[in-house]
Write a protein that binds this ligand. Structure first.
Ligand code: PMP
Length: 381
């Protein structure tokens, strides 16, 4: 059966170069990086070289990069440590953050005496900058802002420099969940005054279970996980050296080919949009505040004009046809399976329509798009 993978925002296909580099580490560099013999030293070198590679690309310092098990752990770690160690009394976030942020913030609200404020959204779903400024200037509380750079469900892109500068000028700490951004966007942390960022290798063709946190020097955060003194004393435990190598390979390739791959994915997105508009005239595209600014991110979130009854089987029907995409269905949020983002930005009528997230990568083709559009047309029509 023909198979089409249009779910790269959930996770990406691992590059062969990544697999090869990991295999080499698994078979040849199996020493514990904390051991002082040659096997240990070569494992340690892989970790420190990767740290330097990442730091150089982000214009950060190597000691500002801490490896984690992925985006979720990095988000949890930063938010928790910031509240515990940096006298934070108010967290400002948005209702459409990833659950790694929203659930953590909720836990922190229960455990610590912190106030949580939610910034209003623009109609398209991007946080409202004026409302953010209002919240930042409302009182003298010590604030931590957590807003994601690229939204994983609708693809909206935050004006990260504007938000970081706003936070800085109001003496607030700024964390951005950059899990959907690192590996897809250029970053310069000397230009963007951000305190904390988070990343996951599996979003840019690397392995699962490895990511990192950027924690700006002098943030004074203390460890959350104790044990050996790995990860610069900040996160204990033997590092997954093969995963760190895979992360490095994927990271280097992502930035080497950034412009080329982004242009290709944009071309696919434009092609998909046009084909879909032609095949299903009433299709509605969600997100994107400003159509003049071409989104450089990899996903398209659509509401399809069909009855809720038919919508219930949509995902299943697409799966039967070999098509992998993601449910973004507002009407199924009650079951915990759909998009919580769309609940916040769609009107009641559109909330009843099924929404689907299609997300692309360099491995996709226009032929695949033709196939998916023809299946959708048949099913929706
Ligand atoms: N934040 C965002 C924006 C994400 O898309 C994801 C992955 N779905 C995460 C955090 C969690 O990352 P991980 O799966 O690596 O824990």
């Amino acid at each position: 059966m023909k198979t089409v993978y249009f779910d790269s925002a959930a996770t990406t296909q691992v590059r062969q170069e990544v697999v090869d580099s990991m295999q080499k580490v698994l078979t040849e560099c199996y020493g514990n990086p904390s051991s002082t013999h040659a096997f240990g030293r070569s494992a340690k070198t892989i970790i420190e070289t990767t740290r330097k590679t990442i730091a150089k690309q982000l214009n950060a310092l190597p000691q500002e990069i801490i490896f984690t098990s992925g985006g979720t752990e990095a988000d949890n770690m930063i938010l928790r440590c910031a509240v515990r160690d940096a006298n934070v009394t108010t967290i400002i976030t948005s209702p459409i953050e990833h659950h790694a942020v929203l659930h953590t913030v909720e836990e922190l609200r229960n455990e610590y005496d912190v106030t949580v404020e939610f910034v209003k959204l623009q109609d398209c779903g991007t946080p409202d900058y004026e409302d953010l400024e209002r919240l930042l200037t409302a009182n003298d509380e010590r604030k931590l802002v957590s807003l994601m750079h690229v939204n994983n469900e609708i693809g909206n892109i935050l004006d990260i420099k504007k938000v970081a500068t706003l936070c800085k000028s109001n003496n607030a700490l700024f964390h951005s969940d950059t899990v959907q951004s690192i590996g897809h966007f250029e970053w310069d942390v000397q230009d963007v005054p951000i305190d904390f960022m988070t990343a996951a290798a599996h979003k840019f063709h690397g392995p699962k279970g490895i990511g990192f946190a950027f924690i700006r020097k002098n943030s004074n955060l203390k460890p959350l996980i104790f044990g050996g003194s790995q990860e610069r004393g900040f996160r204990a435990g033997t590092e997954p050296v093969h995963n760190i190598k895979g992360l490095e390979t994927a990271f280097v390739l992502a930035y080497q080919n950034l412009d080329e791959e982004r242009a290709y994915v944009q071309e696919l997105k434009d092609y998909f949009k046009e084909a879909l508009k032609f095949a299903i005239p009433n299709v509605k595209f969600n997100g994107n505040c400003d159509d003049k600014v071409k989104s450089t991110y990899t996903l398209i979130n659509v509401c399809l004009p069909m009855s809720p009854e038919k919508a219930l089987t949509l995902q299943f029907q697409l799966d039967l046809k070999g098509i992998a995409c993601s449910k973004g269905s507002a009407c199924q949020s009650g079951s915990g399976k759909g998009s919580h983002v769309l609940m916040h930005i769609l009107n009641e009528e559109d909330q009843q329509k099924p929404s689907v997230r299609f997300s692309f990568s360099k491995f996709n083709t226009k032929e695949e798009i033709d196939y998916v559009v023809s299946v959708l047309q048949e099913f929706v029509g």
